[in-house]
Design a protein around this ligand. Structure first.
Ligand code: G6P
Length: 366
């Protein structure tokens, strides 16, 4: 009811602003990285496996896609990410040395549970879930687990569950890297320090809300939007587009920016806002040339940059500056403004933010 909402208009907004707390709670009892964060048998299992298969649906699948970038880069273990509803019905080549990872807020999504059982039926017994509900079927069915402490999520569009899943997946990356001997103690300590800084960093990003509301006023009259990211920010662009679709009913698509010229550039006109995730990283110069291609066709860019990106406000180029550099944790921080953008755009359009039409919080039937 209204009392629980406090100063917020919707549960979604409340849940977005709970993220410093949710992430802090998820990290609370963690003094050091050890495989036991995932269960007693984790050391043996992590030692045995030589690849990872991530299974999930919806927003949780984008957490999985982000984790692929982290695990392959830091732990050097090959990762496949599959949409649960596809994996369960297709012929695939099982490998008993696979760590099967399901990701689920509810732990009750029918397709994800069925995909897990399918993997097991193919002889893959090493199962782990990143889940927000300790008492769920998913946690019962998996040998290993990590419980995110987002707390109850009421808004149908997932927010704090997603960012805490990413925290759990980053911890998994570090634990795998440790067991495989692919990370130094110094580097591990440095990543742990970066994780501990997340609640403060998220709070600083939440303070950008007024600037994002100004963008939302412009987005509300659009019927299409494009989201661009590269590398580990591509899954975040996908999540940004999904959020906008889900709650504002604006058609949105995400592309890895290098694919622009292979199709979506044909859609770019002055009516197409293009949201771009552009932190200073190895791919920034390539991204900037992708942005020029958009500008040359009259597309309006809405860019999340940082101090060193050297991208400034100009005609057709709207820039919000992120407060810091976030290194490998950058996808977590860039999620926040995209949540706020879809939330405020939906508010301006007057949609039912917490219960968008045709969607359910937890899809427990096929
Ligand atoms: C529904 C929800 C999404 C969620 C997806 C997967 O579609 O609306 O927010 O990402 O299910 O749910 P799960 O509980 O498995 O993460």
């Amino acid at each position: 009811g209204a009392a629980e909402l406090g100063p917020y208009r919707h549960y979604m907004q409340k849940e977005i602003f709970e993220q410093p707390r949710a992430v802090g709670d998820t990290l609370q009892d963690i003094d050091s990285i050890t495989p036991e964060l995932f269960g007693n048998e984790a050391y043996r299992i992590f030692n045995d496996i030589d690849n990872v298969l991530i299974l999930a649906c919806g927003t949780s699948s984008y957490a999985g896609m982000t984790a692929k970038y982290w695990i392959e880069s830091i732990a050097k273990i090959p990762v496949n990410v599959e949409i649960a509803s596809e994996y369960r019905y297709r012929d695939s080549v099982p490998n008993p040395k696979t760590l099967v990872v399901t990701i689920s807020q509810s732990g009750e999504t029918a397709d994800t549970l069925a995909a897990l059982k399918h993997a097991r039926s193919l002889g893959m017994e090493n199962t782990l879930t990143i889940c927000n509900v300790q008492t769920s079927a998913m946690v019962r069915e998996c040998k290993l687990n990590f419980i995110t402490r987002a707390g109850v999520e009421i808004g149908v569009a997932s927010t704090k569950a997603f960012t805490t899943q990413l925290v759990g997946l980053f911890l998994l990356t570090l634990a795998l890297a440790q067991v495989k001997g692919r990370i130094s103690e110094e580097k591990e300590a440095d990543y742990l320090k970066q994780l501990r800084h997340l609640p403060t960093a998220i709070s600083a990003v939440l303070a950008l809300e007024p600037q994002i509301m100004a963008w939302a006023d412009r987005f509300a009259s659009k019927e299409n939007a494009l989201f661009l990211g590269r590398g580990m920010h591509y899954p975040i662009a996908l999540e940004g587009a999904l959020k906008l679709k889900e709650i504002s009913y604006i058609h949105a698509e995400a592309y890895p920016a290098g694919e622009l010229k292979h199709g979506p550039l044909a859609l770019v006109t002055e009516h197409m806002p293009v949201v771009t995730i552009a932190p200073k990283d190895e791919l920034l110069e390539k991204l900037k040339s992708n942005m020029q291609e958009v500008r040359a066709r009259g597309g309006e860019l809405y860019v999340f940059a940082d101090n060193d990106s050297r991208i400034v406000n100009s005609e057709g180029m709207h820039v919000i500056r992120m407060p810091e550099h976030y290194g490998k944790l950058s996808p977590i921080l860039h999620t926040i403004p995209l949540q706020l953008l879809s939330y405020h755009t939906a508010c301006v359009r007057g949609t039912d933010v917490d219960k968008p039409r045709n969607l359910a919080k937890s899809v427990t039937v096929e």
